[in-house]
Design a protein around this ligand. Sequence first.
Ligand SMILES: [Zn+2]
Length: 397
Amino acid sequence: MKKLTLTGYILISLALQVSVLVIRLVGAVITRNDALLFESFHIITDITVTAAVFAGIKIANSTRGLKYSYGLFRIEDLVSLAIALIIVYTALDILISLPHSYAHSSFEAALFEVASLIPLLSSGLIKIRGGKVLRATSLVSDGYHNYSDVYVGVGVTVGLFLSYYTGQVIFYYLAVILAAGAILYTSISVGKDSIVGIMDLPKDKKVVPKIREIVTRNRDVWEIKAIKARWAGAVIFVELVVTVNSRLTIEEAHNVANALEDSLKSEIPDIKDVVVHIEPSSSKDKVILLPVDNDGKISETFARSTHYKLLKYTGTVMTGSEVIDVRPQDIVAEKNALRVLEIAKNKGVTDVITLNAGKIILSVFEFNHIHIWKAQSQSVDENVSLFFHDGLERLLA
Ligand SMILES: [Zn+2]
């Protein structure tokens, strides 16, 4: 059973469901019991839903649908909706005739119903197993639906047995109403799902929060502006609008988009396509780092400085400042560039103003999109003012 394909799992479960139908239909004809008739109609719905799930997964994995921008996935929604309407109509029609229906051969009917539960339970098992192995969530939920039908079947059986043993016709009616209620519930939920899909409303309310959680984990995404998810059959199309550092190159921004697409598709297998719209951060916040000496003047060295001044600005208004001290024993020639970079990244530094900077530090900061500007004097205030008036020259590796 390990090597079974999707087609294999579905064909086995379809065969099991067809045997459920045969047992119930034969029973309904022999006993003329309406509870069995309802249960037969119910399994017809379920067989069609399974076939639609199969078609949906097949279409999702075929290249033929790709001729169209959004594939042909909504065929599944349209078919399900049509089935749901037919079944609701049929169920209501039979229900209307209930007062004229009699408890025919309840004992025999109960035996047929019990017999039909064995292939039904097996069908549920096969679908859940196959759906989990093949990561097809719609097949798993179809399997759980079979399980819930087994509970209904047990209820119907109990009602029919009680009707036979007690001679009370009320138990027969209860059994029929349970069967009719289950079929109405199924068709309404199938119909609701397809209408929701056709109208671009969320089929599963947990998906967007899950997408948000996955996107938030990406450190290059600064802000999530919009998450849109659209269902077509069982597949999901996602659109994202995210803000990234405006200093990223087009290639780097594209890599961020690819990384988001990959992680979303691998964690939510129903996602068919992700479109990422990248916006540059419009943030006017600047975090400026300056190496300073004991007197608070700009230090002659950058990587070997023991103090750093951190100034936060929104626009040209200072919103915070801080001094970072480095222990002299931490200053190790070959590790200085990376140590300073670590400070800058942890503090969200956007710009550095310094008198000097070595080749290594220039290139690692450039790689991390932190700009380095050449100070004109040792005065912090004077250079920050020049920085905001475009009066400093940028140092490049
Ligand atoms: Zn069902």
